[in-house]
Design a protein around this ligand. Sequence first.
Ligand SMILES: *[C@@H]1O[C@H](CO)[C@@H](O)[C@H](O)[C@H]1NC(C)=O
Length: 98
Amino acid sequence: MKSTTTLLASILAFAVGAAVGDNCNVPLIYCGHSLIAKGKYQPQIDQCLFDNNHPTLDNGQSVLFGCIGGTNGVIQFLQDCGTGRCMDNGNGKNDTCF
Ligand SMILES: *[C@@H]1O[C@H](CO)[C@@H](O)[C@H](O)[C@H]1NC(C)=O
């Protein structure tokens, strides 16, 4: 019985998982990897890069995004720093290329 409960719980967590994660904070600027660390941003990053005709190199980890806000924490493409060249400057600070 315990395993059935565990299975159901993980299925539920997976189903709900799509929307779980923190939103970005306006008006901060984030590296892709900072957004991904919030837990739900990979699909939004992929969509944003696609919309901007930008290659999804590096899964967008080294791209700077602006936070537009709203219920889903909409993001905007700003700049590609180049692989491994985007720096997380910490909570409440804008991320930057280096
Ligand atoms: C971050 O960048 C935004 C947009 O340029 C600016 O409005 C904001 O003041 C900056 N915030 C910090 C903490 O530097």
